[in-house]
Design a protein around this ligand. Structure first.
Ligand code: MD6
Ligand code: FE
Length: 216
C-alpha cells in the first residue's frame, strides 16, 4: 500500500524552476506521448526528416522536419522560417491533433497564458547527434516563450547564460519532459550533448524533440 502510494507520487509530473522565465515540467507530456508519436509519424511521412546544411557549410547531425504554418529551415543562405518545405515546395503539414493544446497548456503552467504556436520544429537525434550552443533568435516576438517536448532516449541539455562564454548547467531531459522558457531567459544559450546509444521501450534508438514557437 505505502509502496504504491510513493510510486504514484514519484510518477506525478513535477516542475523544476531553472530561472525567472524557465521551467521544466517533468513528465508533463507522458500521457500524450503516444498521440505525439503518431503525429510525428504522420508529419514525417509527408515532410521527411532531413539533415539540413548550416550557413557555414556543415551538415547538421540532427534530422529535422516541421509542422504548423511555418517551419524552421537552414541552408547555405542562412536560418529562417518558411511556409513551404524547400524539399518539395508544399506547405508544411498542419500540427496534428494534440500538439497545439499540449504546448498551450505547458506554457500556461509556466505563467505564459495564451501561447499560440505557429511553428513546430521536429528534431530527431540518433546516437552521436548533438546540437551546439546557440540562441533562438529567429522569431519576431521575443516576448513569446518556447515550449520544448522531449521523447525517447534521454539527452543532456546544456543551459547557459545570455552570453556564450557563461558557464552552462547540465540537465537530463527524459521521455515526456517539457521545458518552457521565455521572459528574461528567452535568449539564453543552450545546446544538447551527443546522444548516447540506447533503446527507449516506446520510441526505440532515437530522441525526438518538438520545439513549439510563435515565429510571426
Ligand atoms: C533539443 N532544443 O532539445 C533542442 N531551443 O533538442 C532547443 O534548441 C531548444 O529545447 C529553445 C528552447 C527550447 C529548446
Ligand atoms: Fe534552441
Amino acid at each position: 500500500m505505502n509502496g504504491d502510494l510513493f510510486a504514484d507520487v514519484d510518477r506525478r509530473p513535477w516542475a523544476e524552476r531553472l530561472g525567472p522565465g524557465s521551467l521544466i515540467l517533468r513528465g508533463f507530456a507522458l500521457a500524450e506521448a503516444p498521440v505525439l508519436q503518431a503525429g510525428i509519424a504522420a508529419v514525417t511521412a509527408a515532410a521527411p526528416l532531413r539533415r539540413m546544411q548550416t550557413p557555414g557549410g556543415f551538415t547538421m547531425s540532427v534530422a529535422m522536419s516541421n509542422c504548423g504554418d511555418l517551419g524552421w529551415v537552414s541552408d547555405a543562405s542562412g536560418y529562417r522560417y518558411a511556409a513551404a518545405d524547400p524539399q518539395n515546395g508544399a506547405p508544411w503539414p498542419a500540427m496534428p491533433p494534440g500538439f497545439h493544446e499540449l504546448a498551450g497548456d505547458a506554457a500556461q503552467q509556466a505563467g505564459f497564458a495564451g501561447f499560440a504556436p505557429d511553428a513546430c520544429l521536429i528534431n530527431r537525434y540518433e546516437p552521436g547527434a548533438r546540437m551546439s550552443l546557440h540562441q533562438d533568435r529567429d522569431e519576431r516576438d521575443l516576448t513569446q516563450p518556447i515550449v520544448s517536448v522531449s521523447l525517447g532516449l534521454p539527452a543532456t541539455f546544456l543551459f547557459g547564460g545570455l552570453r556564450r562564454a557563461e558557464p552552462t548547467q547540465r540537465l537530463v531531459l527524459q521521455h515526456g519532459d517539457v521545458l518552457v522558457w521565455g521572459g528574461p531567459d528567452r535568449l539564453r544559450y543552450h545546446g544538447v550533448l551527443a546522444l548516447k546509444p540506447g533503446a527507449h521501450p516506446a520510441v526505440g534508438a532515437y530522441r525526438f524533440n518538438l520545439t513549439f514557437r510563435r515565429a510571426r
